[in-house]
Design a binder for this molecule. Sequence first.
Ligand code: IPD
Ligand code: CA
Ligand code: CA
Ligand code: CA
Length: 264
Amino acid sequence: MIWEEIDTHAKEWVKEAGDRIRLSFEKTLNIESKSNANDLVTNIDKEIEQFFINKIRGVYPEHRIMGEEGFGDELNSLEGIVWLIDPIDGTMNFIHQQRNFAISIGVYENGIGQIGLIYDVAHDELYHAIRGKGAFINGKPIPLLKESTVKESIIALNATWVMENHRIDHHLLIPLVRDARGSRSYGTAALEMVYVATGRVDAYLSMRLSPWDFGAGAVIVEELGGVVTNLKGEKLNFLTQDSLLTANPGLHQEVLKNYLKIDQ
Ligand code: IPD
Ligand code: CA
Ligand code: CA
Ligand code: CA
């Protein structure tokens, strides 16, 4: 089967990339900023993206690649097989903490997620799913998501979204943070999505992410019965930036309806 074969290659490449990242802990990083002073990128982000692109092009020259650092293809559609690659999700954590970051790889066919791989390098934990075949952590099946209500949930989100900002009326989120059992900010969308998948948190939301941030996580969460939409409750299209709300179905509905005031 094509997906099993791609998955086997991808897993091998992800492990090799993880080894390279671990070796980089001993070396001095070259750090630059992108859109603003806190939007960071290192030589390792770039090297790892190029590593994946060379591997993929060597075996699957007809596949197309969207990578955060821009070494992939310019995509105007999701036709055919497309790889969504974030070589390091949580670059700020990678630089400051050497943990709480991950490699994130989603493989899509005509816009439908088929494979999701998220590798927590510091913990050597590989989360992965193939559509319809279950989701796994280091090869061990992850159980389906359990339902929860806001009152008994931990919600992951960045603290900045609860401050005044131009993307959302922050008055909507203050009651959510107040009513939830707890809130957490890990600074890595990919790991926050697998934390939803594994029940370590119950929901994750963000005002703005890119396809390489949520491409892999969406496959894993949906495989376990979770819901992945933007904050308007609409499906993501995986070609453009969007907001994100992911949770078990009941909690997803409760947050949309009672807090974000979206009636579906
Ligand atoms: C970032 C992280 C962060 C999220 C940002 C992303 P990067 O990814 O996922 O948690 O809040 O929006 O850009 O830049 O470290 O790959
Ligand atoms: Ca980045
Ligand atoms: Ca990212
Ligand atoms: Ca990144």
